[in-house]
Design a protein around this ligand. Structure first.
Ligand code: NAG
Ligand code: NAG
Ligand code: NAG
Ligand code: NAG
Length: 500
């Protein structure tokens, strides 16, 4: 009843009154840069389906994730809270990690469950596995899950096939741990995973989920965090060799093709006009992979850094007939997705401190973004240093900068790990509209206007940090090899015996 009324309110602009609450499909790419999609200007990427969504939907130019690495960024997306609150730092989870996203955190799936939504996650989880799968998606509001529960380079890949007919995976993956498993709900289906069939399994699983939910007349939430385009690149026969861009381009095209399949399914099932499709990515490109990694376009540096290249991402919102096509320069974040979905569904917000804002006015072209500032934490946030940078309006101030191994090999010396922690007092200030590449710090001398901006940024930073309570670090709880997922529990010698 509540949602019926609410959907009527939301859709009054269209003078239609739909009885069904909207569905949500959330795509999350991995290590994808601001400059990687055709619709964001990449000259040789092949992304026809994302380009179509961008042309028919709202494309963001100033959209941020919350961390330049994976696990913390995912925690923020699913909870609407900076990763410092949930304790998802420093760095990322490993196969034998003891911790995980605390089960008392409320995910988007858990926000929607009380309204009768069907929920599924497919792909890369990376918010913990834990003893007997304690931290898997099925413990966090998802009815179903199919995927590798962490990064697909977090297991030996040297002898695995990444491209047909039998091209071995390129580069060094983690050794001394189990090979990466394919997990269905909480059961291991395959170990090691077969990369050539993986995307098809995901596409089929997601397609079935949509069809089944529509047939049951159930609103649904599909969360699809893809392994693409994280290293090592892989693709099956339908995508390999199809792009002009080599392994990265083929992997991206394979993900784009699944997006196309799922949009076609939404159309065929007659629910495309009642579904918000949202696409973005977890962090910037892993530049150290050189031409096999992503591209941050005009933005500075990439993964691992708090320059914009590490955290500003492509983002597209698509909802035919409801979201008018266009481009927005308003600031928004992955933090804002939970409150937006809650608002559209008419769901209750979790009773915790949220860092996100409802974006519905922005999506419906009825107003500006409620977000005025974006906070930049490094991969290893701590209370002593606090924020590395703050963006307020078009200005970004860096209090600390540091390069990262993930961003090594580019000509810009400030991106690589040789650029050690630098304190900036006064902070470096950039005008991101005039200088999106953060190349030319604004002078403070004889510039009372810029000095006033700095005072304002310092005030916003102090207010934010005064209320930030760091959660217990989940990643510092360490690792226990016994917890690594194994398809043959109790076998010996582990990890090599975990092979099914
Ligand atoms: C979850 O539980 C921990 C440990 O009791 C607590 O510190 C934390 O504040 C709780 N988080 C939420 C979101 O309730
Ligand atoms: C996992 O569950 C099995 C069966 O219930 C139990 O024997 C085992 O001790 C559990 N493992 C851990 C690490 O809790
Ligand atoms: C890869 O295969 C070779 C030959 O079978 C074997 O010697 C090597 O240990 C394998 N490497 C890994 C990481 O599994
Ligand atoms: C969706 O709405 C468009 C007009 O906005 C219409 O042309 C199309 O047929 C609708 N599709 C479905 C599946 O209802």
């Amino acid at each position: 009843m509540a949602y019926l009324l609410f959907t009527c309110l939301v859709l009054y602009v269209l003078s239609i009154c739909s009885a069904s609450p909207p569905n949500f499909v959330l795509f999350f790419a991995d290590d994808l840069g601001f400059g990687d999609l055709g619709c964001y200007g990449h000259p040789s990427s092949l992304t026809p389906n994302l380009d179509r969504l961008a042309a028919g939907g709202l494309r963001f130019t100033d959209f941020y994730c919350t961390s330049p690495v994976c696990s913390p960024s995912r925690a923020s997306l699913l909870t609407g809270r900076y990763q410092t609150r949930s304790g998802i730092f420093p760095g990322v989870f490993y196969p034998g990690s003891i911790g995980g996203l605390p089960l008392n955190e409320t995910t988007i799936a858990e926000v929607l469950k009380p309204l009768g939504y069907a929920t599924a996650a497919v792909g890369k989880w990376h918010l913990g596995y834990g003893a007997n799968g304690t931290f898997l998606p099925t413990q966090q509001g998802f009815d179903q899950y199919l995927g590798i529960p962490y990064s697909h380079d977090q297991g030996p890949c040297q002898n695995l096939t990444c491209f047909p007919p039998d091209v071995k995976c390129f580069g060094l993956c983690d050794v001394g741990v189990v090979t990466v498993p394919l997990v269905h709900n909480d059961k291991i289906k395959q170990q090691p995973v077969n990369f050539l069939d993986l995307e098809k399994s995901y596409s089929d699983f997601a397609t079935n989920f949509i069809i089944t939910s529509v047939k049951k007349n159930q609103p649904f939430f599909l969360y699809y965090p893809s392994h693409h385009t994280h290293y090592p690149q892989y693709a099956g026969t339908r995508a390999a060799g199809h792009s002009l861009r080599g392994p990265f381009g083929d992997a991206l095209f394979e993900f784009d093709s699944t997006i196309g399949n799922l949009i076609a399914t939404l159309e065929q099932m007659g629910v495309i006009n009642n579904t918000l499709v949202f696409f973005t990515a977890d962090n910037g490109p892993e530049l150290m992979r050189m031409s096999r990694g992503g591209n941050s376009g005009p933005l500075r540096c990439g993964k691992g850094t708090t320059y914009d290249g590490g955290m500003r991402e492509p983002a597209i919102a698509f909802w035919p007939g409801v979201i008018r096509p266009g481009v927005t320069h308003e600031m928004a974040s992955t933090l804002d997705i939970l409150p937006t979905i809650a608002s559209l569904a008419g769901a209750k917000l979790p009773p915790v401190i949220l860092d996100g804002f409802d974006m519905t006015d922005l999506l419906f072209h009825k107003g500006k973004s409620k977000r005025e500032a974006m906070m930049f934490y490094p991969i290893d946030p701590n209370e002593k240093y606090g924020l590395f940078a703050v963006r307020l309006g078009k200005y970004k101030a860096h209090f600390y900068t540091r390069g990262a191994t993930h961003s090594a090999t580019t000509p810009d010396q400030d991106c690589s790990d040789f650029a050690v922690l630098k304190v900036h007092n006064p902070p470096l200030i950039f005008d991101l509209e005039a200088d999106p590449s953060e190349h030319y710090p604004l002078p403070l001398d004889k510039r009372p206007d810029i000095q006033a901006v700095l005072v304002q940024i310092k005030k916003v930073k102090a207010q934010f940090e005064a209320t930030m309570i760091f959660g217990e670090s989940q990643i510092s709880k360490g690792e226990n090899p016994d917890l690594e997922p194994c398809c043959s529990p109790g076998c010996s010698p582990k990890p090599t015996c975990c092979h099914c």
